[in-house]
Design a protein. Structure first.
Length: 449
């Protein structure tokens, strides 16, 4: 079947122009400039006149926690993939800290089977590294798995790669991405104990979260990881950079030649610790949001190419689980549904450009992870497309808009100037007119490793 998406502004590979995309079955057949001819329109079985909206590659979110299996009371693959589709995100990569943790090939394949049955968008999943599962990691076919996840500091799920010899083996013997959660456990523990001794009790006020999970805890862990990666030749990807100090450990070389790379997450680009007074535990995450100066440095590093990709660390919890203080409220927030419009809002404010947003959320993840035939609007590539309408008068996001099972967003009450009006996954309409098409199923991502 032949389809056409036309009469829109294509933003792709650093360019912006009036154009159209022709789709044949699941693939892009043509990306054209200007208006399509009447002859071409007549050849198409389905026509989507997007009325001057933006035509973008679907976003690739390489950092999500869909909580499936084991925590499905607050999220699952079906619900969160629907949220992704509603947000113009057409491919996701799921983290291993579920229950049981995804640290064996059997558990990894079980997750893939569930995704094949339930995911509206394309999917992959990391296998987690532990101190004892090296033999399992060696059996993985990394043309079908996005990478290895290593927690150098604990977060939700309690996984930790702490043994020095095990860490060196993981960093040395794999050609795939080693994606790390980088916080120093000993610094975090010392900060926590010192503050509890000073304050008393068994919890701390929420405002102390960035003092427990401090900038120094991030920097020391990342410094050691980068040093080891450069020694071992690792394809190291440091997740959710949150501090200005860490940026000195990375460079602005072209992504295609980098081996040590960095990710910024939407929360750290939007919020600072000062927002805690207004939003409380809704913005509590690991690593913590930091100072306005840190946020400004992250934004600048993205513009300069020091930080390579934007992801979400989409991590739903029920609001009841977010109750308590610094030590008791759950860390993490849902973000996949509104990540694209939130970053386009920063473009609306002049902080980024729409071309840069597409580069960091669509092209760069595909290039970094070597995703096969996705992330760009190119003939022969999969037809993963987001159509985004500008809303000059502004649009207010509310909890009532949330598709994620948890039912809330830290962006409740925020105004944006774009909305996703259609998402296509492999040439099929997965979201349109405010509704998810639950009959669509994504494909398992493959990688040119």
């Amino acid at each position: 079947m032949k389809k056409i998406v036309y009469n829109g502004t294509v933003i792709n590979e650093g360019r912006r122009y009036l154009g159209y995309v022709v789709i044949s079955d699941s693939l892009i057949a043509e990306v054209g400039e200007g208006r399509p001819s009447n002859c071409l329109l007549d050849e198409c079985d389905e026509k989507f006149d997007v009325q001057e909206a933006l035509i973008l590659p679907g976003a690739i979110d390489a950092h999500v926690h869909f909580r499936d299996p084991g925590m499905t009371h607050k999220a699952d693959i079906a619900s969160e993939s629907r949220a992704a589709a509603a947000g113009g995100v057409t491919s996701v990569m799921d983290m291993p800290n579920c229950k049981p943790a995804t640290v064996t090939i059997a558990d990894l394949e079980a997750k893939y089977e569930k995704a094949a049955e339930n995911s509206v968008v394309n999917y992959s999943a990391y296998i987690g590294a532990t101190d004892t599962n090296f033999d399992e990691l060696k059996k993985v076919d990394f043309s079908k798995v996005c990478g290895i996840k290593a927690f150098l500091g604990t977060s939700t799920g309690g996984m930790l790669l702490s043994d020095a010899d095990a860490k060196r083996r993981v960093f040395s013997e794999f050609g795939t991405i080693i994606a790390v959660h980088s916080e120093d456990e000993s610094i975090i523990n010392a900060n926590r104990e010192a503050l509890l001794k000073k304050m008393g009790g068994d919890d701390l006020p929420l405002g102390y979260h960035s003092k427990v999970r401090s900038a120094e805890a991030c920097y020391e862990s990342t410094r050691r990881a980068v040093d080891l990666a450069r020694e071992c030749g690792t394809r190291l990807h440091v997740l959710h950079i949150s501090t200005a100090k860490e940026l000195s450990l990375f460079d602005s070389a072209p992504l295609a030649v980098k081996k040590v790379t960095a990710e910024a997450c939407v929360a750290h680009l939007l919020f600072t610790e000062a927002d805690g007074a207004r939003l409380g535990a809704r913005i509590k995450c690991n690593p913590s949001v930091k100072t306005p100066a840190d946020r400004a440095s992250l934004r600048r590093a993205l513009r300069e190419g020091v930080i390579d990709v934007i992801s979400t660390d989409h991590a739903p919890h029920l609001l009841t689980e977010k109750e308590g203080g610094c030590l008791k409220a759950a860390s993490g927030m849902p973000m996949v549904q509104f990540s694209l419009v939130a970053m386009l809002e920063l473009a609306h404010q002049g902080i980024f450009t729409p071309e840069m947003v597409v580069g960091k959320m669509c092209h760069a993840p595909a290039l970094l992870y070597r995703v096969d035939k996705r992330g760009y609007l190119r003939p022969g590539y999969k037809a993963d497309i987001a159509v985004v309408k500008e809303v000059p008068e502004g649009l207010t996001i509310t909890d009532a808009d949330v598709v994620s099972k948890c039912g809330w967003t830290p962006l409740n009450g925020s105004t944006v100037h774009h909305r996703v009006v259609m998402t296509m996954v492999n040439g099929e309409v997965a979201y349109a007119h405010g509704k998810v098409n639950d009959s669509v199923r994504g494909e398992r991502l493959t990688f040119n490793n």
